[in-house]
Design a protein around this ligand. Structure first.
Ligand SMILES: NC(=O)c1ccc[n+]([C@@H]2O[C@H](COP(=O)([O-])OP(=O)(O)OC[C@H]3O[C@@H](n4cnc5c(N)ncnc54)[C@H](O)[C@@H]3O)[C@@H](O)[C@H]2O)c1
Length: 250
């Protein structure tokens, strides 16, 4: 990773930062100078401690990003404590494999709520603060599975397709306020969630089809998220960048 303080003076919020991609993103943003609030359903104190050890401000908020009241409360707590927010990384998400004939409507709705509704709720919570200061960066986690024939993931692919569409639409609506909105699409990766949800032969099989033939790890998307949350990407918006070892080409 680079050592420049590209994010000095910025305040970032990273959802699902207790582990996996979110944790790696939150820590790298801090290493680049940002104060970081981490939101997670579970305890994220290890991420908070790692950030504090880097010398920037950290704050852990336990919240469910799928619940409107929970996100609103987290938004008030974070904006109240840090004063404002510049960067939002919508990383929290779940990806359980389930055969289509076992997906009922409640299950479908649960997945859409966690993976897609959450990104609407957090954008509503934090974009006003960005608008007030005429600068903002929103980075949404999508998935390269949208470009693949992966079985038992239609509920997930629908939610991530929604993320790509939301990213495109929101980019237009927020551009007048100096706010960019982009998405990053990882490949099947060995994060804690990846190890728990994706069979080993699927992880290896996906890696074998990539141009860069090794399994993804949490660090693989961090640089792209940092670029999209920095001044360097000021003229890039509405895009979904595949940070996936060169598997899916858009
Ligand atoms: N790992 C992969 O193979 C892969 C591939 C493509 C995309 N992604 C996407 O990357 C993102 C992160 O994935 P990961 O592999 O790091 O997952 P992970 O399971 O390792 O970590 C996800 C974190 O999100 C938190 N979380 C889940 N639901 C939440 C909720 N309702 N409210 C608040 N926090 C919640 C969890 O507690 C956990 O700490 C997800 O959006 C996922 O869809 C992952």
């Amino acid at each position: 990773m680079g050592s420049v303080e590209t994010h000095a003076g910025r305040v970032a919020v990273v959802t699902g930062a207790g582990q996996g991609f979110g944790r790696a993103i939150a820590v790298e943003l801090a290493r680049r100078g940002a104060d970081v609030a981490v939101i997670d359903l579970n305890d994220a104190s290890e991420t908070v401690a790692e950030i504090e050890a880097l010398g920037t401000r950290a704050m852990g908020v336990q919240a469910d990003v799928a619940q409107p009241d929970s996100v609103a409360a987290a938004g008030e707590e974070i904006c109240g404590s840090f004063g404002h927010v510049d960067i939002l990384v919508n990383n929290a998400g779940v990806y359980p494999f389930r055969d289509f004939f076992d997906v009922d409507f409640d299950y479908w709705r649960t997945i859409q709520a966690i993976n897609l509704d959450s990104q609407f709720l957090t954008a509503r919570a934090f974009a006003p603060s960005m608008r007030d200061r005429a600068w903002g960066r929103i980075v949404n986690l999508a998935s390269n599975s949208l470009g693949l024939a992966v079985p038992a993931l239609s509920h997930y692919m629908a939610s991530k397709g929604g993320v790509v569409g939301f990213t495109r639409g929101l980019a237009t609506d927020l551009a007048p306020y100096g706010i960019t909105v982009n998405a990053v699409a990882p490949t099947a990766s060995r994060t804690p969630g990846g190890e728990a949800n994706i069979a080993g032969d699927v992880l290896d099989g996906v890696a074998s089809m990539q141009a860069i033939k090794r399994g993804g790890v949490a660090a693989d998307i961090v640089g792209t998220v940092c670029f999209l949350s920095s001044d360097d990407s000021a003229f890039v918006t509405g895009q979904t960048i595949m940070a996936d070892g060169g598997l899916v080409r858009l």
